[in-house]
Each structure stands twice: as C-alpha cells, then as structure tokens.
Write a new protein. Sequence first.
Length: 126
Amino acid sequence: MKGNETRGGHQRGRAAPIDAQAVEVAQQKLIAARHEREARDLIESISNVTRIKIIRALAETPLAAGDLARVAGRSAPATSQHIRVLRDAGAIESTRSGNVVRYRLTKSTQAQILEVIARAFDVLAR
C-alpha cells in the first residue's frame, strides 16, 4: 500500500462522497467564504440574551436608553455596553431629541438577520 491508500485502493481522509449529488446540493447552500467573517460577527453580536431582548424590543418601537434598560432588565451602564455591540454590528442607530436618545433598528441586512434570529426563540413558547 502507498501513503494514503487503504486496502481497497481508496484514499483515506477525503474519500469520494457516498452521494456526490447530495454533497453538491449541500455545498451550494453554505455561506460563501467571503461572508463567513460577517456571519461570525453577527452571531457573536446576538449571542447574549440581553441583546436578543434589545433587538426584540426595538423591532416593535424605538425606545429611549433608560426605557430600553428597563425592558431589558439591566442597569443603564450594562445596557449601554450591549447597545454598543449592536451599534457596531450596524443593527441599531440612535437619534437625539433634546437630552433624550432613542434607539431603533436600522434597515440594514444585519438588523434583519438579527431580528430573524431573535424571533426564532418564539418556538420556545409553544
């Protein structure tokens, strides 16, 4: 036997697929390599229950920072840190009216994806 061959003459490791057509279909549905980093960053930005709460709340209505902290059940400083993560992800934006800062979801693809992820948890309530 040579290096990577087994007794049947097949190569070890990356042997031929059992169902090449099924493998091809599955590979076509993968996230494109050029989008993997963005996907990873989005997943990390929603990987906290408080941020899921924030996304769900802002999907319904813009909220002032203090009200958002109340809805999320966190202190204002803790909520501020979660807001920063979501802003960095491009999912939320703020507007100021006097001394009141209100947050809302952006119309970005990132916000849409995070909202879908946050709403997916509705199945737990069934």
